[in-house]
Design a protein around this ligand. Structure first.
Ligand code: COA
Ligand code: NAP
Length: 274
């Protein structure tokens, strides 16, 4: 079934938009006629993505390099984009870090790095975009993860961080709804050919176990997540706010636990994680 979304005259910011799922989201908004901006730490990845957004048909594409942990740099870069464009209509916040490690196999700094990127970084982005959102009508989408709701061995840092991200979503829904700003989280399932899945299912055995554990019996694609973002950012979703929505082939209904079990088995053999 063909269904077309029109985001012409809409300004879309995708934080962490230079690879994987988030880049797929940025490119999808570009194809739907939006102006699109991306942010990540690597200027090289930003430049490559901006070129790709233009190739996808973006009316305008831009970006800047900054670490979401650096509040001043994030705010300055976002202020600059908003000054050029006048307003922001859609913000997707998905910068994240992950590595598999049992709690006793990571230092406090390892735990802190993921909390600071995923959770504090999300807060920095929310504060930075707020003054520039076109209200009413603005839509924010935070990219969460199954770990927000399903405890997984080897993922205590991500579980804690992404649960916090979803509570930011739900709390800001209360604070900003009165102004017509909608904010939702998407929880992607296992998405094929992404850095996240390379880290969480690094062996062929784990990959097959993951596929079998998804009720729909396949990994997701970046398009699966991007299409959900198009819907949530569109007027079709004008009464949806504060929702935490799995886009995961049914994985959250039980199968996702297979990742934690697989990681626990894999990490047992590693000296740092005993
Ligand atoms: N096991 C245990 N600890 C680990 C680890 C692992 N596999 N990988 C990193 N760490 C620890 C480091 O040892 C360090 O702690 P220390 O200073 O006490 O030694 C801490 O984590 C920070 O590592 P560092 O490499 O300095 O952090 P960074 O800020 O440069 O990178 C990461 C952040 C670690 C999350 C990095 O993997 C990253 O940049 N990820 C982005 C891409 C990604 O994760 N994509 C998937 C998204 S789902
Ligand atoms: P990815 O390719 O590693 O994408 C992460 C993006 O964030 C990159 O653009 C990266 O670019 C940027 N980034 C990382 N740390 C940053 C920082 N400190 N400051 C600014 N930007 C930063 O990962 P992915 O697998 O596609 O995951 C994308 C999102 O989906 C994440 O939020 C993840 O938690 C979520 N998710 C993924 C899966 C999956 O199956 N892959 C499942 C559930 C949820 P730089 O390196 O240039 O900074």
């Amino acid at each position: 079934m063909a269904f077309t979304f029109d985001f012409s005259n809409k300004n879309v910011l995708v934080v962490g938009g230079t690879s994987g799922i988030n880049r797929g989201i940025a490119e999808t908004f570009a194809k739907a006629g939006a102006r699109v901006a991306v942010v990540s730490r690597s200027q090289e990845k930003v430049d490559d993505t901006v070129q790709s957004l233009k190739n996808c048909g973006a009316v305008d594409a831009t970006g800047f390099s900054a670490d979401v942990r650096e509040v001043d740099a994030i705010k300055a870069g976002i202020d600059n984009i908003a000054a050029n464009w006048g307003k922001l209509d859609v913000v997707v916040s998905g910068a994240a870090g992950n590595f598999p490690a049992l709690a006793m196999g990571m230092s406090p700094n390892g735990f802190r790095s993921v909390i600071e990127i995923d959770l504090l970084g999300t807060f920095h982005v929310m504060q930075a975009v707020y003054p520039h959102l076109k209200k009413p009508g603005a839509a924010i989408i935070n990219i969460s993860a199954p770990q927000a709701e399903i405890p997984m061995a080897g993922q205590s840092h991500v579980c804690a961080a992404k649960a916090g991200v979803d509570m930011i979503t739900r709390t800001l829904c209360l604070e900003w709804g009165v102004e017509g700003v909608r904010i939702n989280s998407i929880i992607p399932g296992p998405i094929d050919n992404t850095e996240g899945m390379k880290r969480l299912a690094p062996t062929e055995g784990l990959r097959i176990a993951v596929i079998k554990s998804v009720p729909l019996q396949r990994m997701g694609t970046t398009d699966d997540i991007a299409n959900a973002c198009l819907f949530l950012a569109s007027d079709l979703a004008s009464y949806i706010s504060g929702a935490v929505i799995p886009v995961d082939g049914g994985w959250a209904q039980g199968g996702a636990a297979v990742v934690g079990a697989g990681l626990a088995e894999m990490l047992k053999g590693m000296p740092k994680n005993k």
